[in-house]
Design a protein around this ligand. Structure first.
Ligand SMILES: [Fe+2]
Length: 188
């Protein structure tokens, strides 16, 4: 279950309804998905996509997404840190950022124009849709593991546009949830 933190207000938001309502107020969709049949988290991508095909097809119809794939990131991923460094400073895309987490965790920081920055820790079963043009940045948690379904309207729109604001430096990449680790450990 996703957990929100609003650092400026020293406030944490938990529970599906509250998280969904808060994110919805920023036009960010949050859902919990169940597979149509049991599927191991390490099943081949095609099996994972099949198990969630009803939800994927619904979202494709709603958002104009044309492709879905599965991304795997682990400490064994070649060039992991370089890859993560592409996304951990503030940016936006011409394309929605749609992720359904199969395994592992991740941390989105989102900076809306009319509200304080919110840190969203997502984990298995969470679907998040960050609309195109929304300023955000992303970190992995301490275990450096995430497997996720991605949906695209046009994969070429996925290129980050960096704001160079430096705002991201003011926020520690601390993942919330059952496995809470202080920031320095999260970076190790
Ligand atoms: Fe992004």
């Amino acid at each position: 279950m996703a957990t929100l933190r609003i650092p400026e207000e020293n406030r944490t938001v938990t529970g599906f309804d509250a998280v969904r309502a808060y994110l919805g107020g920023m036009s960010i969709d949050y859902e919990r998905w169940e597979p149509s049949h049991a599927v191991p988290a390490d099943a081949p991508a095609a099996e994972v996509l099949a198990a969630y095909s009803a939800e994927i097809d619904r979202l494709k119809a709603q958002g104009g997404y044309v492709t879905a794939d599965v991304i795997d990131v682990s400490p064994a991923t070649p060039g992991l840190e370089a890859m993560l460094n592409k996304f951990n400073s503030e940016h936006w895309h011409d394309e929605d950022e749609v992720r359904f987490i199969i395994e592992g965790r991740g941390l989105f920081h989102i900076r809306p124009s009319q509200a304080p920055v919110v840190a969203v820790t997502v984990e298995a079963g969470d679907l998040i849709r960050v609309p195109r043009g929304t300023r955000h940045w992303f970190d992995l948690c301490r275990e450096r593991r995430i497997r996720a379904i991605r949906l695209f309207q046009d994969p070429s729109g996925w290129t980050p546009h960096y704001t160079q604001s430096g705002v991201d430096k003011n926020y520690q990449p601390v993942c919330l949830g059952p496995s809470y680790f202080p920031a320095r450990m999260a970076l190790s």
